[in-house]
Design a protein around this ligand. Sequence first.
Ligand SMILES: NC(=O)c1ccc(NCc2ccccc2N2CCOCC2)nc1
Length: 251
Amino acid sequence: MRIDVISLFPEFVDQCAGFGVVGRARERGLLSLHGWNPRDHAEGNYRRVDDRPFGGGPGMVMMIEPLRAAIRAAQAAGHVDDRPPARVVYMSPQGRPLDQAKVRELAALDRLVLLCGRYEGVDERLIRAEVDEEISIGDYVLSGGELAAAVVVDAVARLQDGALNDAESAIQDSFEADGLLDCPHYTRPVEHELGTVPAVLMSGNHAEIARWRRMQALGRTWARRPDLLDEAALSPADRRLLDEWRASGEG
Ligand SMILES: NC(=O)c1ccc(NCc2ccccc2N2CCOCC2)nc1
């Protein structure tokens, strides 16, 4: 998959995507990342990319032409005959919330262009003419769209075939599969001043361990993210586990 990032700080996203699974996916050629700086496409001596907002008010707005030229350059550079033009996604607080379903949809594309706003944002005419969809990574304000773009790159990279090894895939699957929060994890030492590892995990009884982990996932989801838990859709066994978790006073 090819991702083109339009940003005044293209190296920002490139560096965020240089480590671990994402870095490995790039080395394996599963994902390629290309940065495009609108300033390189701005006219005049000062290479203007922003200007004052019509109607007054604080801050500056990113101008149409440098962004449009950068998007055009990105689309031309990565164009493959009889392939559809890249989908252009604008990272913005006004976007649709990113969730794993949307990540899966984006990860299936051949190409993606991520547009990162700075200043107060981008001239609305550019958005209407060039942007296919706006995506938000959450209801909070960042200084620029680059961190949001880096989040999309990471989440999408993990889903490229071959990016994850078997263990990593299993973890990804379990996380995605039932939409529950994860269970707690422990490793050596067994005894520590911060506490002892739950005995069930030391029992070697794999059925009991799986049961305990499922109960913890259900309980924690119920306690922390009830919005993710559709109790009605729980199997009778899961419902019993959740009741047991609540009765155990862990809640
Ligand atoms: N939640 C998100 O996905 C998210 C994404 C981007 C972002 N910021 C870039 C931005 C993009 C578009 C419009 C305004 C702005 N901002 C520019 C700086 O000033 C604040 C407004 N913030 C949060």
